[in-house]
Design a protein around this ligand. Structure first.
Ligand code: ZN
Length: 508
């Protein structure tokens, strides 16, 4: 059967848009890794211009006409076929993108760049008043966008749903609240349990003198063992680690090295490897289409967290990992055994900084941000009062005082650069990882044995077959339904996992 001519035209158009976005992504990777600092000014324009051209091409009437003419074809094809999925997902993106006029897109882009610069300065000086006017501008623009989306879609229940939808298609704020309340109620007693035994876990093994070049060679060896290959991946150094891909065969991951602390490079690399493997595993048939990405940010994060935490901070991994550490740093690890390194990488306890938090308290950091975002958009917390509201929640949930805003409300880049609605996906990533993990444990009964031998092939294959190859064909709920048989985020597997882990380390 020959292809519908309009389907060919749509694919050609989406392919060109994908080419522009790939070029934009490469410029962004370069900016964050090797570009000389002074290149930033003109680079911002280069990236913005490519973004504007691809946006204009996408929202053009021709895209809508092609989608209209393909409705019948879409209905005649199986839901999970590549072509039906391409038409369905593109239509959803198109209808959403069209609501926002180009002027508002440009206003967002300018406000986000200015907000980012202000955030850098505000954090360096711990002065929230530098960021405040930028946050006010960004929130005002979001309110305008929300009003436009509401005018276009009467079914919107909650303003916050619109913010979430950019990162987690179809997710509702009420659903996030349900999941987070369960998670919060299960987490707080465990945190209190840990606080009563602050010296139960000794993490001195991961602190010491670790020359950066040796760390680099260690994490490269590790990444290759996990599935990184030199002909399709790169590993570079950056201040704020990230993963990006120019195609399924061009995966860029980054990490950072602390000369006196192993965890950032070790677990940062495993985390970004998980993101990279997802993009690398998307079916080649979906290359140069909008489907050639992860299902959602929570699904993406589930993959990075799985490699970082469920594998990297699990006991079986250290049967394989400790000999590697001993090869790299023979003196430091001379007397260490597998249980000691397992405990050292699993020290729990409340702390101020989200990105340094343990697996348990991490979710509370996210819940604090989600609740504050809700309060900002409902108007209960005026932006001027945000630092005080932040500090009160940190005291309530984590039991610690925030000494200054740099270690409090100013620690994350997200709000200053416009990303409201993003934070929940981090904790939901942990939720999804645990949901998948229970399924994987049933499907791969010798997974622990494989991991302790340093054989990650069976897990890689399972993830590729069940998740990665589908790219963005299915929404997060559809994918959960297919893989674990439950069509929603369920925090219970994560609660079970964390309870077992904390009790194993800190006693029941
Ligand atoms: Zn991540």
């Amino acid at each position: 059967m020959s292809e519908h001519p309009d389907l060919g035209k749509l694919k050609e158009r989406l392919g060109e848009i994908s080419d522009l976005r790939g070029a934009q992504s490469l410029l962004g990777w370069d900016q964050r890794t090797i570009m000389p600092q002074k290149g930033a000014g003109v680079r911002a324009s280069r990236i913005a211009t490519l973004g504007k051209i691809s946006h204009d091409l996408f929202v053009a009437d021709e895209t809508g006409q092609l989608l209209d003419s393909l409705t019948e074809l879409e209905q005649s094809l199986p839901f999970d076929s590549d072509d039906a999925s391409l038409i369905r997902v593109t239509r959803r993106d198109y209808e959403k993108a069209k609501v926002i006029p180009t002027e508002l897109t440009v206003a967002f882009s300018l406000a986000e760049s200015a907000g980012y610069q202000a955030w850098v300065e505000a954090r360096a000086t711990s002065d929230y008043t530098i960021l405040l006017p930028h946050l006010e501008r960004i929130v005002e623009l979001h309110r305008q966008a929300i009003a436009l989306h509401r005018a276009a879609n009467e079914e919107v229940e909650d303003d916050y749903d619109i913010l979430l939808d950019d990162y987690e298609p179809g997710l509702k704020a009420s659903e996030v609240s349900r999941v987070f309340d369960l998670l919060k109620n299960a987490t707080i007693p465990l945190v209190e349990h840990i606080r009563a035994k602050p010296d139960a876990v000794d993490d001195s093994l991961v602190h010491g003198d670790f020359p950066v070049e040796t760390q680099r060679s260690l994490v490269t060896t590790l990444a290759r063992r996990l599935g990184y290959t030199d002909d399709a991946w790169r590993l570079d150094t950056t201040q704020h680690p990230f993963a990006s891909s120019m195609s399924t065969q061009d995966i860029r991951i980054t990490t950072r090295y602390y000369p006196d602390f192993l965890n950032p490079a070790l677990f940062g690399t495993m985390h970004e490897f998980g993101h990279g493997l997802y993009e690398h595993g998307v079916s080649p048939e979906l290359e140069r289409t909008p489907l050639c990405r992860g299902a959602s940010m929570a699904f993406h994060e589930s993959q990075s967290r799985m490699w970082e935490n469920l594998i990297g901070r699990g006991r079986p991994f250290w049967d394989y990992g400790l000999p590697e550490l001993k090869r790299a740093f023979p003196d430091h690890f001379a007397g260490a055994d597998e249980d000691a390194i397992y405990r050292a990488v699993n020290k729990f306890g409340p702390s101020l900084i989200r990105v340094e938090a343990d697996e348990l308290t991490y979710n509370l950091h996210i819940i604090i941000r989600f609740e504050l975002e809700r309060d900002i958009f409902s108007g209960t917390v005026p932006l001027a009062d945000l630092p005080a509201a932040w500090n009160a929640k940190v005291q309530e949930y984590l039991g610690i005082d925030v000494p200054d805003d740099a270690q409090g409300v100013l620690q994350d880049v997200h709000w200053g650069s416009g990303a409201f609605g993003y934070f929940p996906t981090y904790a939901l990533g942990n939720v999804v990882a645990a949901q998948l993990w229970e399924r994987i444990a049933r499907d791969l009964p010798d997974l622990d044995g494989d991991v302790s031998r340093g054989d990650f092939g069976p897990l890689r294959d399972w993830l590729g077959e069940n998740i990665h190859r589908h790219g963005r064909k299915f929404g997060p709920n559809q994918l959960l339904e297919r893989v674990v048989g439950v069509d929603r985020f369920d925090p219970q597997p994560l609660v079970r996992y964390l309870t077992t882990k904390v009790e194993g380390l800190y006693g029941a």
